[in-house]
Design a protein around this ligand. Structure first.
Ligand code: HEM
Ligand SMILES: *[C@@H]1O[C@H](CO)[C@@H](O)[C@H](O)[C@H]1NC(C)=O
Length: 345
């Protein structure tokens, strides 16, 4: 039965793509019970733009190469942009919308304000793509491609990336405020935030491994240095010398925007050093360190496993990035392909 329906699905797909390809480049029919994430066919698939925009990969990678060469941190910023998109209203590029008619931008949310970056790089990729393949590639897919390319260009893993997301016509400031975990989260909080998105503890630990690259502001880790538990004491999980070096970057009052690497040993290299640092009490954010120290067992073991074996970390990171990228995408006739990622058409 499934085979028959699958066969029909293929016929319908071929028919639709031959008749509708100009009106809906890359159009794909979501075949009800068969389609959907984790189904026989995933709604998103890696070859989505194979015919409608064969230059896609080259364009994305050439813009990324220049941007990351100019500023290595940009790779980290772009990985984070995809995460903040997916956790608020799904991977629909809602995070890219500026304030405008009916839009309250997610850029103003607590996790994003004065922090999220990389928008100009996405704009540049989009502009190049609009020249090469007009109104074809969604901003949501550009975010996913930029995240993967940034991993690769920082020495991290590469993976087959399902594509075919469409762009939202709305943004949700409240979803951004309420669904992106804060840096002082407990392990239990983190599991709850990830669970809400259909992600488990394995995904939590692997994806937190993104903190092997990039920087954080003093305000994101200050509580740990001066008042971890409302007792005016530092977090006792912090290694002593590391703690002292952090206090010099991040004073008790002021300096909120001073920056510190999330992985001070190799801040621009995507590797498993992040996990090794956690083992020695040198994780920057509370949310990092609790993966090791929080009670619950499983995440502690995973930190140790990934610290010991980079290959296992990379392998799981690939899977978890695909899973995160599958959070609530818009497909079929839903949403649109924005011409400019900052506004709806
Ligand atoms: C587990 C829960 C997480 C928390 C609490 C968290 C929190 C944070 C915070 C507070 C910062 C620094 C922001 C600033 O101070 O301006 C940051 C940076 C970053 N986060 Fe996370 N994050 C989490 C998970 C993730 C995930 C799942 C990813 C990607 C898959 C990610 C990727 C990054 C990257 C790459 C940076 C560095 C960005 C840059 O340098 O511009 N984080 N994160
Ligand atoms: C995290 O920080 C917020 C804002 O400063 C605070 O209201 C909250 O109580 C903190 N949570 C924990 C677990 O310390």
């Amino acid at each position: 039965m499934d085979a028959i329906r699958a066969g029909l699905g293929l016929i319908v797909l071929v028919f639709l793509s031959s008749t509708l390809s100009t009106a809906h480049p890359g159009f794909y029919f979501d075949w009800g019970g068969i389609g959907g994430n984790g189904g026989l066919y995933s709604t998103l698939f890696p070859e989505f733009y194979q015919y409608s925009c064969p230059q896609l990969d080259d364009i994305v990678m050439s813009v990324l190469e220049k941007a990351i060469q100019r500023e290595p941190r940009m790779a980290a910023s772009l990985v984070r942009l995809h995460f903040h998109d997916c956790f608020a209203q799904g991977c629909d590029a809602s995070v890219l919308l500026d304030d405008g008619a009916g839009i309250v931008s997610e850029k103003r949310s607590n996790p994003n304000r004065n922090s999220l970056r990389g928008f100009e790089v996405i704009d540049e990729i989009k502009a190049r793509l609009e020249e090469a393949c007009p109104q074809t590639v969604s901003c949501a897919d550009i975010l996913a491609l930029a995240a993967r390319g940034s991993s690769v260009l920082s020495g991290g893993p590469n993976w087959d990336l399902p594509l075919g997301r469409r762009d939202s016509k709305t943004a949700s400031l409240s979803s951004s405020n309420n669904n992106i975990p804060p840096p002082n989260s407990t392990l239990q909080n983190l599991k709850t935030f990830f669970g809400r998105q259909g992600l488990d503890e394995v995904d939590l630990v692997a994806l937190s491994g993104s903190h092997t690259i990039g920087l954080a502001r003093c305000v994101s880790f200050k509580q740990r240095l001066y008042n971890q538990n409302g007792n005016n004491q530092p977090d006792e999980a912090l290694e002593r010398n590391y703690y002292f070096s952090l206090t010099s970057i991040c004073p008790k009052s002021g300096g909120d925007n001073n920056l510190s690497p999330l992985d001070f040993a190799s801040p621009a290299k995507f590797d498993n050093t992040y996990f090794k640092l956690l083992l020695s009490g040198k994780g920057l954010l509370n949310s990092d360190q609790v993966l090791l120290t929080g009670s619950g067992g499983k995440t502690t073991d995973l930190v140790k496993i990934y610290a010991a074996d980079e290959g296992l970390f990379f392998n799981q990171f690939e899977k978890s990035m695909v899973k995160m990228g599958n959070i609530n995408p818009l497909t079929g006739y839903n949403g649109e392909i924005r011409k400019n990622c900052r506004r709806v058409n």
